[in-house]
Design a protein around this ligand. Structure first.
Ligand code: URA
Length: 425
């Protein structure tokens, strides 16, 4: 076989056979199919798409490109969760311990942030001592003993995705359904959980800009999960504004703690309890949202979170430490009215420029910086009321402030938002 023939085949809109996909993935991981040919193929897939069979072959060959985790030593139905990426997305930090507080084991491997999107690992690493590199044995032991672990993906898991994702990132081929679906599901399948909740983000701050596209991605991933015997449900969630009230690593840990203490914003708390209810259902634990919420109100979920942090070497005193920055700048409302838009992409990029995110993989993060929103879409504001506070370790120029303010959309008529748009199973 020759890669050039397979690129041409895809370029001309034809289907690649199972053998051809296997040959390409194996060759890519072995280094015999070079990056330049793989990027040409990714671009051909971008324009010509893939059939359901091709996506399934791609996914399973990616799974086979590295280790597969065996979680069978942990009793019970193990559930995992994955988000396709968002701004201010601290959901895992709350959801994982909340679900685990119902004795449902959560063994989760998370990723880092890139561009305007944040990553759970970076947030956890803002806690002094928190170890994300954990051996497979210790990972399993921690879930057996504590019921929950959130760690970094081992280097040997889905090697093909590591290479391919880095390549897609620099060749404008990330936002394409066959490649997102195979990337996400190969990691979830290899990570070994019995059941998977997929949070498919939709909107301006997400890869999927429309509900229609997100629905196709969600259904593709659900089908891939089910085909290999994993119970899989996808939830389309709104990413037109940042999740919750903060963007930035330490700031999001603090918001997660507030929610776990029952002091978070009502809408975010409700949203996370709804996701927890679905995740528990995947493990055959049927609870009402009110019952889920009780584990926030009675401190059970917070206790689980603290246990997880301690088990992974995190310092509990540091956990509660406020963000340490040299500049805190309030942004004031320019007029009376209602907040009707807080574009997630713009604020994600703003936070990235403050050091809270990475423009390229090698960028160092400033864990302390970011944004805290005092108002969200749908809230009433009065002129000169603080809408947000910028946490920075540098001077915020007039230009930056104007840019921030310009992105806060205020109107006379309020709008409704809902976090969960649709459930696909
Ligand atoms: N998240 C992933 O893990 N992979 C993608 O391709 C996109 C989002």
């Amino acid at each position: 076989m020759r890669a050039v023939d397979l690129i041409q085949k895809k370029r001309d809109g034809l289907e690649l056979s199972s053998e051809e996909i296997k040959w390409l993935i194996e060759g890519y991981v072995a280094g015999t199919v070079p990056d330049y040919q793989m990027s040409a193929l990714a671009m051909a897939i971008y324009f010509k798409g893939m059939s359901t069979r091709e996506i399934s072959d791609l996914t399973m060959n990616m799974v086979a490109s590295g280790d597969q985790i065996d979680l069978s030593a942990i009793p019970g139905i193990k559930v995992d969760k994955h988000s396709t990426g968002g701004v201010g997305d601290k959901v895992t930090l709350i959801l994982a311990p909340l679900v685990a507080s119902f004795e449902v084991p959560v063994a989760k491997m998370s990723g880092r942030g890139l561009g305007h999107t944040g990553g759970t690992l970076d947030k956890l690493e803002s806690i002094k001592g928190y170890q994300i590199e954990v051996t497979q044995e210790d990972f399993i032991k921690q879930v057996q003993e504590t019921g929950v672990a959130v760690i970094g993906q081992s280097d040997n898991l889905v090697k093909a995705d590591k290479l391919l994702y880095a390549l897609r990132d620099v060749t404008a081929t990330v936002d394409i359904i066959p490649l997102i679906a195979s990337s996400v599901m190969s990691k979830k399948i290899a990570a070994g959980a019995d059941a998977i909740l997929l949070d498919v983000t939709v909107g301006e701050g997400a890869f999927m800009k429309t509900v229609e596209e997100a629905r196709v991605l969600a259904q593709t991933m659900v089908d891939l999960g089910k085909a290999v015997g994993r119970k899989t449900i996808a939830v389309l969630t709104n990413m037109s504004q940042p999740v919750g009230t903060s963007i930035g690593n330490r700031l999001e840990i603090l918001e997660a703690l507030e929610i776990l203490q029952g002091k978070g914003r009502e809408d975010v708390t409700e949203f996370i309890c709804e996701l927890a209810q679905i995740m528990l259902g995947l493990a055959d634990v049927e609870k009402t949202v009110a019952e889920v919420r009780q584990h926030i109100e009675n401190g059970a979920a917070l206790k689980k979170f603290e246990e997880m942090v301690q088990a992974q070497g995190g310092d509990l005193e540091d956990l509660y430490r406020p963000a340490n920055v040299s500049h805190k700048v309030d942004v004031l409302a320019e007029r009376d009215g209602y907040i009707v838009g807080l574009p997630a992409l713009e604020f994600g990029l703003f936070a990235m420029k403050l050091g809270a995110g990475r423009a390229v993989k090698t960028d160092e993060l400033d864990y302390e910086t970011g944004i805290v929103f005092h108002k969200k879409v749908g809230d009433a504001v009065e002129k000169d009321q603080p809408i947000a506070t910028i946490y920075a370790n540098e001077n915020i120029s007039e230009n930056m402030l104007t840019n921030f303010q310009k992105n806060v959309k205020i109107d006379d008529v309020s709008v409704n938002t809902k976090e969960i748009i649709e459930i696909i199973s």
